[in-house]
Design a protein around this ligand. Structure first.
Ligand SMILES: [Zn+2]
Length: 281
């Protein structure tokens, strides 16, 4: 059952749980999330990065996902991840995405708020929700992960102002989290998370959560994180499974879809583990 981000995060708030947001870029990644949701009876957010549009048109993803959503009773959201271009945002809303992340984190606060408000007004008019971002997380462009420097963390005052004036329905924060593979042991600033959570009245989002130990994710949920983004761990699992499959199947007649199916199966198992963890809180 397709709904918007605001609605699904209200369900998360009622249950004091987080909802997993898993990146999708092909049919295998979509089916992995859908199978895991079914097996664990969990709500799910499927997240299509603006950058994936080069790989497959976002309209094709929206069209494909509508089939799965129509055949599933569980709460689902189709989300556009890290979008900066208004053109992509309009296309996504028109194609049926129910949630848009407007990433204005690189802009000065006032400009980020102004742009977020513009996107939120349009998205709300079409029944969709908006997630904003404050603070610095290294971009998903393959640069090495920073473990987070104090200066780059989301400030409490900025978060308060953003939540009251941007019109956004959720806020992604930087408290030591980073995209990609962590170089050292990830550390999250829970004091900062607690202060931000008390200062804002919209649900908080944690990006770059692959590789963060379970007990830290549990604590983050306790302190108000309601959406947790997982990408790297599912993607690397798919690659590893494909490598293993190729190593074990050297016959020239081996079919390509047998390899992608093997990857999908193992990706499903990883998504299931996260869904179970997020529900327990
Ligand atoms: Zn992210």
């Amino acid at each position: 059952m397709l709904m918007n981000l605001k609605e699904i995060l209200q369900l998360a708030e009622e249950k004091k749980m987080a909802i997993g947001s898993f990146n999708v870029y092909n049919v295998e990644s979509v089916q992995a999330v859908m199978a895991a949701a079914r097996n664990t009876q969990s709500p799910a957010i499927v997240s299509f990065g603006e950058s994936y549009d080069k790989h497959m048109p976002l309209e094709a993803m929206a069209s494909m996902f509508s089939y799965y959503a129509a055949h599933c009773e569980l709460p689902l959201v189709l989300h556009l991840d890290h979008s900066k271009k208004l053109e992509t945002i309009f296309r996504a809303l028109k194609a049926g995405f129910t949630s848009i992340m407007y990433d204005g984190s690189a802009l000065p606060l006032a400009e980020n708020i102004e742009q977020s408000r513009y996107v939120a007004d349009i998205a709300h008019g079409m029944g969709a929700s908006v997630e904003g971002e404050l603070g610095y997380m290294n971009p998903e462009d393959g640069t090495p992960a920073a473990t987070g420097e104090q200066g780059s963390f989301t400030s409490v005052a900025d978060a308060r102002q953003y939540s009251r004036t941007s019109g956004a329905d959720a806020l992604a924060i930087a408290i030591g989290n980073a995209h990609g593979i962590y170089k050292g042991e990830p550390k999250l600033d829970f004091g900062q998370l607690d202060s931000i959570n008390k200062a804002v009245d919209i649900p908080l989002v944690l990006h770059g959560s692959s590789g963060i130990p379970d007990e830290l994710l549990r604590k983050a949920i306790e302190l108000g994180i309601r959406k947790i983004n997982i990408n790297t761990e599912v993607s690397t699992t798919g690659i590893k499974a494909s490598r293993e499959f190729l190593g074990a199947n050297t016959d020239a007649n081996t079919r390509f879809e047998a390899m992608t199916k093997a990857a999908e199966k193992q990706m499903t198992a990883v998504v299931e583990q996260y869904m179970d963890l997020f529900k327990r809180g």
